[in-house]
Design a protein around this ligand. Structure first.
Ligand SMILES: [Zn+2]
Length: 111
């Protein structure tokens, strides 16, 4: 899997201490929720691989969300906790209304 990260996603990931590998892990195991042209991958406790040790550092990814274009090749942004998910999604929607966002990979308008 080869995914691109937006500049915004790189900055948000750095602020939230998420590596590119962590982002891939969330996309691989998280629950996908479609919304307009984007897919939100939510890392929930019940989606963690059952063989993962409770002490594995990736357990800290629970509650994180990765937002991808529906082409699955471009990460728009990442969120750290589920309460922020709802709030930020409204904020993101608002931002997208003012400034249409186009995926640089597939050229589709994300929302
Ligand atoms: Zn795309």
């Amino acid at each position: 899997m080869n995914i691109l990260l937006s500049k915004h996603a790189v900055r948000r990931a750095a602020q939230r201490n998420l590596s590119e590998e962590d982002i891939r892990f969330i996309v691989c195991h998280g629950k996908p929720v479609r919304n307009a042209g984007a897919v939100f991958y939510q890392m929930r406790a019940n989606r963690m691989p059952p063989d993962l040790s409770p002490h594995d550092p990736r357990q800290r990814l629970i509650g994180s969300t990765v937002v991808l274009c529906s082409c699955h090749q471009y990460v728009i942004t990442v969120y750290r906790d589920e309460s922020a998910f709802r709030r930020d999604r409204c904020k993101t929607k608002h931002l997208w209304k003012r400034r249409p966002f186009y995926c640089p990979h597939c050229g589709k308008r994300v929302t």
